[in-house]
Each structure stands twice: as structure tokens, then as C-alpha cells.
Design a protein around this ligand. Structure first.
Ligand SMILES: [Zn+2]
Length: 114
């Protein structure tokens, strides 16, 4: 997780596009997404290519998180955990503004107790 931000490139519009197409036919929207990109790879930061890759959420850079997605048996894009929302997300530090699908976290950072 993390470390996927590339210099000068902002994939936020792609991630929002993918989220907006949950439930849609994968082949059609995949072709549409590819047409907007210079490579297919960023699509698969969010969309799992195998069952083992499926995660409820994925981190993009330091503090931006998005729903993990996958393609179901009916060839439709789905969320790995459709019930996960920003209210359940725990920030990993106090200094950054964390977001989930573009929405700022509502929970405050709680330092680990040791
Ligand atoms: Zn921070």
C-alpha cells in the first residue's frame, strides 16, 4: 500500500470515474477508461485482477484511500466491501488530511497505546 503517487500525474479523475461506474459492464467501461489514459496500469491499482488481490480499500499515496473494486462473474464492476464507508476509516497519523473516495475522514487519529 502507498507509494503509488507519480510525479505530475493526478489519477483522481480516473478513480472517481471507476467509482461512478460500479455496477456497469466492465468491457465497455474498461475501454472507455483506457481511452483516457496513457497506460492501463492505474486502473488495476483500484480494480483487483485476481481474488487474492481483492482489498476493501486501497491507498494511493500518503493519505488518499479508495474503495477496492473487482469484476464479478456477470462481468460487472463491484466494490469488494460495499458496506465500507468513510465513517469506518481510521487515519494513520494526525498531520495529514486523509480521504476515502475523495471525502475527508470523520474519525480523528488515535495514537497506538503501548
Ligand atoms: Zn500525516
Amino acid at each position: 500500500m502507498g507509494g503509488r503517487q507519480r510525479h505530475g500525474l493526478d489519477y483522481t479523475p480516473l478513480f472517481k470515474f471507476l467509482l461512478s461506474r460500479v455496477g456497469d459492464d466492465w468491457d465497455a467501461m474498461h475501454a472507455e477508461a483506457i481511452a483516457r489514459l496513457d497506460g492501463a496500469e492505474p486502473i488495476f491499482w483500484m480494480v483487483a485482477r485476481s481474488e487474492a488481490e481483492r482489498k476493501p480499500f486501497v491507498g494511493m499515496g500518503e493519505s488518499a484511500y479508495y474503495s477496492g473494486l473487482f469484476v464479478d462473474e456477470a462481468n460487472r464492476l463491484q466494490r469488494v466491501d460495499p458496506h465500507l464507508s468513510v465513517v469506518q476509516m481510521e487515519p494513520s497519523c494526525a498531520c495529514c488530511t486523509h480521504t476515502f473516495n475523495g471525502v475527508p475522514f470523520t474519525r480523528k487519529y488515535r495514537p497506538p497505546v503501548d
